[in-house]
Design a protein around this ligand. Structure first.
Ligand code: ACM
Length: 266
């Protein structure tokens, strides 16, 4: 399959401009699945919960979901994108998966990072895996990487590829994805953003360097640290079906869950 990784430089609050940037970055390219950043159309550094609410949208009836479904329809492809989701009184940091002219599903970030804890509610849905026919795709969002349980859960649910929309402000995740990919023998596509936001009393720098890592822990591609760009690479998702670290070590069958997360005996 062809996997397209889209690294953007969004302008805070300007959804129209940010949609245009994605259309321009992907112009003339084709992919089966695109992975875009977290909060791709709004930007990240909301001043307060009211600002998040104003920019958040319902899924699937908001403009951003409709736009992504049409983006996929125009390109006969699938795409994962982060957005601020509003549902009644609740606001979530969400990733949606769309295909040609339709929404397939959503995931709400379970592990909120830093000031996100005041801006969003923690996710209340299971970590999802979608079978697209050409790949089984799991979703997690940015700081979820710091909890190995997220990638492991997606692997146990059958993901061959983990799509990982991100707005990374620290430089560790891209390297850590080698470990997440290796320990689960899955592909990981981290779609990050670049640029700065100076809005809520601090200046945030987003670290770019979006990566695709394969089940051998090899970084297949790494994007620029400063530039918005898009790259399409070919991957074979079935490589992730082999869970053997050695002929005798099946990574999942070798788990010893009965000994995990238990208090040692006094
Ligand atoms: C993050 O979770 N956006 C760092």
């Amino acid at each position: 399959m062809r996997l397209g990784i889209i690294q953007t430089s969004p302008a805070f609050g300007n959804k129209e401009k940010n949609r245009g940037e994605i259309e321009q970055l992907t112009d003339g390219l084709s992919a089966d699945l695109w992975v875009m950043p977290e909060l791709a159309l709004t930007g990240y550094e909301f001043r307060d919960p009211a600002e998040v609410r104003d920019l958040a949208e319902e899924v699937p009836y908001g403009d951003s979901t409709r736009w992504l479904a049409d983006f996929c329809g125009d390109r006969n492809s699938w795409a994962v994108m982060g957005l601020a989701e509003r549902e009644g009184k609740h606001v979530f940091n969400t990733a949606i998966l769309c295909g040609p002219h339709r929404l397939l599903g959503r995931y709400r970030k379970l592990h909120l990072f830093d000031a996100e804890l005041e801006r969003f509610e923690p996710g209340n849905l299971p970590l999802p895996v979608f079978d697209l026919g050409f790949a089984r795709v799991g979703l997690m969002i940015c700081f979820d990487w710091r909890y190995p349980e997220a990638a492991r859960t997606l692997t146990l649910r059958g993901a061959q590829l983990i799509a990982h929309p991100s707005n990374l402000v620290a430089p560790y995740c891209q390297a850590a994805m080698v470990t997440r990919a290796l320990e689960n023998r899955v592909f990981i596509a981290t779609g990050n953003r670049v640029g700065h936001e100076h809005r809520a009393g601090r200046k945030l720098h987003f670290t770019g360097g979006s990566v695709v890592v394969n089940p051998e822990g090899e970084t297949m591609t790494r994007l620029d640290e400063k530039k918005a760009e898009c790259r399409v690479i070919e991957i074979d998702p079935t490589q992730a079906d082999n869970k053997l670290a050695t002929p005798r070590n099946h990574l999942l069958k070798g788990m010893r869950p009965e000994f995990y997360l238990q208090k040692p005996e006094e």
